[in-house]
Write a protein that binds this ligand. Structure first.
Ligand code: MF3
Ligand code: CO
Length: 250
């Protein structure tokens, strides 16, 4: 396992890539409404990515058939967009999107409310998002990779939510998935020492119920085993000798 350190030039390209993806997410978030199909979300996402000069990196990745992952309610991640899946008031929907710009990948996810949702659903979304920010407090030079994992775990655990274990964050750069893997739950080892110039996709996936997930027969969609709601929040970040830089936020 070796974790790449990006040069100043590469970091600039990662910023350019991330900025475009942040724009895509902002526009998708504004577009989400009851009555929209998950395929329409994908079509809009692909159009936005291309209009900003990016190339969708999920499209055809290991055979994935779309540009955006659209995961509704108990779907954890990698939901395949469909013309027949219509978002309805009260749903929560996780959008995972990524793009390549001048050879550099970015990857980010947000969970949105569709119209009015229950306070319980909103709390799950808020805790999941906050767990990312708690986690990246540990993402700085000299800390260790699993300090991030432990910080996410310590924040989420008191809420009684299930932290997904089967899917993890990852390094990112000239490939969508680079070393290292970044678990969202506490580890026995410290993991690699973090260094300035590492770029990481930190992505907690949190279930309202148990942590267990199943994979649907479509070969992609992960769902909660107990049918509980699930939320996802992800950004591509740059490790520095101080605060991490979040590359996929405006
Ligand atoms: N953001 C997703 C991840 O890191 C990438 C999904 S690739 C796809 O797991 F092919 F599933 F879309
Ligand atoms: Co990712």
């Amino acid at each position: 396992m070796s974790v790449s350190i990006k040069s100043a030039r590469e970091i600039e390209l990662m910023r350019e890539s991330g900025k475009r993806l942040a724009e895509v997410h902002a526009r998708l978030g504004e577009a989400i409404r009851p009555g929209m199909s998950t395929l329409e979300v994908d079509e809009l996402g692909e159009k936005l990515i291309r209009s900003l000069g990016g190339v969708p990196n999920f499209l055809h990745y290991h055979g994935y058939p779309a540009s955006i992952c659209v995961s509704v309610n108990d779907e954890v991640v990698h939901g395949i967009p469909k013309r027949t899946r219509i978002l309805k008031e009260g749903d929560i929907v996780s959008l995972d999107a990524g793009l390549i710009y001048k050879g550099y990948h970015s990857d980010a996810a947000r969970t949105h409310a569709v119209g009015r949702i229950t306070p319980e659903a909103q709390k799950l979304i808020d805790v999941t998002r906050q767990s990312f920010f708690e986690g990246i407090k540990a993402a700085r030079e000299g800390m260790h990779l699993h300090d991030i994992s432990a910080a996410i775990d310590a924040y989420v655990r008191p809420f009684g939510y299930g932290i997904v274990r089967d899917l993890v964050g990852h390094g990112i750069g000239t490939a969508l998935h680079e070393d290292p893997e970044i678990p969202n739950f506490a580890q026995r080892r410290r993991g690699v020492r973090l260094q300035a110039g590492m770029t990481l996709a930190v992505e907690p996936m949190i279930n309202a119920g148990g942590w267990e997930v199943d994979f649907l027969k479509d070969g992609w969609t992960a769902v909660t085993r107990d049918g509980s709601l699930s939320a996802h929040y992800e950004n591509t970040i740059l490790v520095t000798d101080g605060e991490p830089e979040i590359l996929t936020m405006l």
